[in-house]
Design a protein around this ligand. Sequence first.
Ligand SMILES: O=C(O)CCC(=O)C(=O)O
Length: 372
Amino acid sequence: MADIRILEGASPAQVVITQNGQDTPLPALWLRARSQDPSQRDVTTGQRLMNPHQLPEDLHLTSAAWKDGQKDQLHLAFSDGFAGDFDPQELISGSVLTEECPDPVAWRSNISPQPVYSWPDLADEKVLYRALKDFITLGFLLVHNTPTQSDSILSIARRFGFVRDTNFGPFFEVYSRPDSNDLAYRPVALGPHTDNPYRTPVPGIQILQCLQNETSGGFSTLVDSLAVAQQLRQENPQGFKLLSQVPIRFEYRDATTKLVAVKPLIELDGQGEMMGVHYSPRLDDIPLMSEADTRLYHSARKRFGELFEDKAYELHFRLEPGQLMMFDNNRVLHGRTSFNPSEGHRQLQGCYIDRDGPRSQYRVLHRKLGLD
Ligand SMILES: O=C(O)CCC(=O)C(=O)O
């Protein structure tokens, strides 16, 4: 439990946050920028009206006191002449930068229960909240009993976020046709991959909905790259580092489009934590490196690929008409087994939405359902 204290006798005045018996000083520049005073922040949007970059570098507190002797409002005065009230709870929550979403939980093929929801049930906000929480944690959802009109996928997608239009249109039809502009539109097996690594930004979330499958094949697969990358990092830290540092090139082209992006296969954040992967062996080229570095890179990528195809990590299921999978395209890889179009028609529709849609809805529902 954290607490805000004024450091007795400090000069200049000093406010600290105390946690687990340890004091951490709150710098005047940090405090001043957090002011919620209406002269500093717009009351409706919470957006700042002043530019904290312009504060004097030697800014310090000239006084700190509890307002009216109560510990629910701090009154702080600063050397640039500004003085105002500060809520200690706001300072405590602001002391940790968080996205206000649950942390991801890596999963393998034995994940239980699987996050399966029925579309009509998602009309209930409590169920929707649970589904969003599962999605953020696990990176995927399976939704059954969805409407299957020819453009239902768009209204389904809009339930979760904003649709990302691309050169394939607001949504795309996945059925077998000769000479089509992507291997996804042929009956061949597709190994685990992320979609469109050649775009900037890469589409965040993909929805694939089954409208028809009269064939005995065309099973869907999902693999959590978080679980696979944890394993690779443990087995071969040097290989993991190479995959996260060496940029590779992804390309897509057809008669009217040429998309190219150069980036590492594994994307890390500033703290070295996994953000996601860009993985599509049918679309990538590695840079020219020395013989030795090429072998090292090859062996790391080969092992990564083996793990992606390892059944211990893979969910393997058949999407029936009206069922869909929605997955974080930068985290959860998808694939399908081959099918024989002469057995009958197989048709899926797909579309992309931005990654932040479900996260925004989750936060809004969290507050609305009184869970703050
Ligand atoms: O046909 C499928 O099940 C998946 C197609 C696919 O992987 C894609 O469109 O990216």
